[in-house]
Design a protein around this ligand. Structure first.
Ligand SMILES: [Zn+2]
Length: 167
């Protein structure tokens, strides 16, 4: 069975990552950490935006074993919003493009959707909308949740089980 392989590239093309198969989740997160982490990246010299105009961050989340950097991995630099934060956001230092984030205890990578090429899966949900500051109406393309919905944890758990059993 052939699987979809998606490529994400930094703005200048030196860093390229590859994601195999369907993502665990395609979502937009509005949590305060994602907003702070996005602003931190966008403040870097010549950075390209990672946040949507309304402060949301669209991600495609993949299992660790289905996401890898195929070129320029040595150019990746990890940023944290605080010293003790469990999450690192990896930026292509060549052009300061946010590529993906890694939540340390997790078995997945959340890659910035904006860096991907080609046909992408639709957005499934918008999460942590209680932190959304924009006064515009929230897009109705997918259900919105004030926190993380149970459905999200079920998807993560399901993907963990599949990964353990090598499926
Ligand atoms: Zn680059």
């Amino acid at each position: 069975m052939s699987q979809i392989v998606r490529t994400s590239s930094c703005a200048c093309g030196r860093v390229r990552c590859q994601a195999v198969g369907a993502p665990i989740l395609s979502a937009v997160c509005y949590c305060d950490d994602c907003q702070a982490g996005g602003r931190q990246i966008e403040a870097l010299p010549k950075a390209t935006p990672v946040l949507d105009a309304d402060g949301g961050t669209p991600y495609l989340s993949y299992r660790d074993d289905r996401f890898s950097c195929t070129s320029g991995a040595d150019l990746l630099v990890g940023y944290k919003i605080r010293e003790t934060a469990p999450t690192q956001r990896f930026v292509a230092s060549c052009c300061n493009s946010g590529m993906y984030l890694k939540f340390e205890p997790g078995h997945w990578v959340s890659a910035y959707r904006i860096r991907f090429e080609g046909d992408l899966p639709p957005i499934e949900m918008r999460t942590q909308t209680k932190y959304r500051l924009a006064d515009t109406e929230i897009p109705h393309d997918a259900p919105s949740y004030r926190k993380y919905p149970l459905k999200l944890f079920r998807k993560l758990l399901g993907s963990r089980i599949a990964m353990v059993f090598g499926r």
